[in-house]
Design a protein around this ligand. Sequence first.
Ligand code: ZN
Length: 183
Amino acid sequence: MSSERVTSDLLLTLVNTRPSENGRVDQLDDVPGLTAWLAGAGLTVADPVTGADVAAARELRDALTDILRVHCGCGDASAAEAEAYLRAVAVRYPVVLRVTVDGVTAEASQTGIPGVFGTVLAAAADLSARGAWPRLKLCKNPSCHAGFFDKTRNQSGQFCGAACNSQMSMRAYRSRRRTAPTP
Ligand SMILES: [Zn+2]
């Protein structure tokens, strides 16, 4: 697995804890939810997770979601509020640079939950350094809105997968037929 994949996967697993009309349930709605997400992401913390951690995780998730919404050009999405929020929390969850012969990587400078959030921000920095940040998008199917990594050559992907693609093509076809003049 490439490290680009690893960093995008971490961000996507966070964004995709959001509920959706097509069946995803909110996985970050309580302490057990956040604990399970941490375990699934391989990010274990020594201290017990608190309700405040859950609230902070949701805020970070929702701000990142807003950025991905702009990446997909969904509606008239604006990320100004999310950018301001992320600028503020980046101070709370700082990352440091590790400079080696092979390259420079960003890493969280703290442990515990602040370290986890720092790792999330470091993953975003890593994707951005690879020029892949705009490829992290939300699916344009309104009943889905899952985060996905756009692998298309010209960065034109709009849907998280074939199912959403065909569902939306079908919907567009039907609405064209409805509006077509009858002979
Ligand atoms: Zn989708």
